[in-house]
Design a protein around this ligand. Structure first.
Ligand SMILES: [Cu+2]
Length: 165
């Protein structure tokens, strides 16, 4: 069940109901019930294993709002900081040069979560102030990470979606 529906349901019926109630105890009970409905009815879908791990390499899908659309550019820059890629999740056109610029004070690397998705950028090529790039020609969703400060699932990680748009 989409969470929007649950919220609407709670808003339209119970919150109004609560406002008009005099008994504090009843109000608390109804409030608790409404919260329980939200948690059970909506939390379930958010934690749904199918949704959570249906991205590439069994990784969670990235919410729509977390993607930065940079399609139509010949070159895009991913600011490689200590210890985060900014932006973390980008959408690019096929053939775009994706430049990783190490603006941090530590070395980093760029490793594909799925071996062979692209040639990794090793630590030796991404020391502080270094830049190194990759180019992805085929459409797809490519997760990557820094093996010094993250894993495919946590920490210093990112994702590139190659899309013709
Ligand atoms: Cu790193």
């Amino acid at each position: 069940m989409p969470s929007k529906v649950c919220l609407q349901w709670a808003n339209s019926r119970h919150w109004v109901y609560v406002d008009h109630m005099r008994s504090r105890t009843l109000r608390t009970v109804v409030l608790a019930l409404a919260v329980a409905v939200l948690l059970v009815g909506c939390g379930g879908s958010d934690n749904n294993a199918d949704n959570a791990n249906s991205g590439p390499a069994g990784l969670p899908t990235i919410p729509e709002k977390s993607w930065v659309d940079q399609t139509g550019k010949k070159k895009v820059v991913v600011d490689t900081r200590d210890n985060v890629y900014v932006p973390e999740n980008i959408i690019v056109s096929p053939g775009t040069e994706i430049v990783f610029e190490n603006t941090g004070r530590n070395p980093h690397n760029v490793i594909p979560a799925q071996k062979g998705d692209f040639e990794e950028i090793p630590v030796s090529k991404l020391q502080p102030k270094d830049s190194a790039s990759i180019t992805l020609d085929s459409e797809g969703e490519i997760p990557f990470y820094c093996s010094l400060h993250g894993t495919p699932k946590a920490g210093m990680k990112g994702r590139i979606k190659v899309s013709k748009g």
